[in-house]
Design a protein around this ligand. Structure first.
Ligand SMILES: [Zn+2]
Length: 219
């Protein structure tokens, strides 16, 4: 599969500064994100990472060509629809109700993130009640950006550690996802600024990989 070949065969430049090479964020979604969701998502992630020196190149998996190759990339699989409207009825969940998780293999953080938009939509339902469809989609995009920024922090630093507050805290409530701004604390910013995502030759995730559920549903 071209995507996986690009991942395994990529030559990383460990000595380059974070700002020199954008990290390609490969969005793998069964249905395209609505435009307002995508715009809000991009804006939120780029805003959260602005002080780190990282920049991102957004790529839709379905639009990739066989010969596409990216020096640094993270694959983001979007589960269910991120429309911000017509969210399925709340489901009874067993155990973890993670919104997103990064894959880990033998203690190594892999550049592979999954996000469950149905769960995210359910968390936002009360906050979005009575809002216009546009506002709901913008809210979804912003929340999706915060969830993704949390997972990107794990992938880019290679760490499963959490912060006491901000984007990298272990669980985010609906209030965290809908407040006007949510940022990393100074500690996480310093970790991200030190070229944390360098030259990790990784294998694509296998079915037996453990998952790290990092977000609990808001309680
Ligand atoms: Zn986490």
């Amino acid at each position: 599969m071209p995507l996986l070949c690009a991942l395994v065969g990529a030559a990383f430049g460990a000595s380059s500064a974070p700002s020199e090479t954008p990290v390609a964020l490969i969005l793998d979604s069964a249905t395209p994100l609505p435009g307002e969701v995508a715009t809000a998502l991009h804006h939120e992630v780029e805003s959260i990472f602005r002080e780190t020196g990282y920049s991102f190149h957004w790529v839709n998996r379905r639009e990739m060509r066989a010969d596409d190759s990216f020096p640094d990339l993270v694959v983001i699989r979007i589960k269910s629809t991120c429309g911000g409207r017509d969210v399925p009825a709340p489901a009874v969940s067993k155990g973890h109700a993670a919104l997103a998780w990064a894959h880990v293999s033998e203690g190594e953080m892999l550049p592979f993130i999954e996000v469950d938009c149905a769960r995210l939509g359910r968390m936002l339902r009360a906050a979005g009640f009575g809002e216009s469809a546009l506002s709901q989609r913008q809210m979804m995009g912003r929340a999706l950006g915060r969830v993704l920024a949390h997972e990107l922090y794990h992938v880019l630093t290679g760490s499963s550690q959490h912060a006491h507050s901000g984007v990298a805290q272990p669980a985010l409530s609906p209030a965290h996802l809908t407040t006007s701004t949510l940022t990393f604390t100074a500690r996480e910013l310093s970790l991200l600024t030190r070229r944390s995502y360098a030259a990790r030759q990784t294998q694509p995730p296998a079915p037996t990989l453990s998952e790290e559920p990092v977000f609990e549903s808001g309680r």
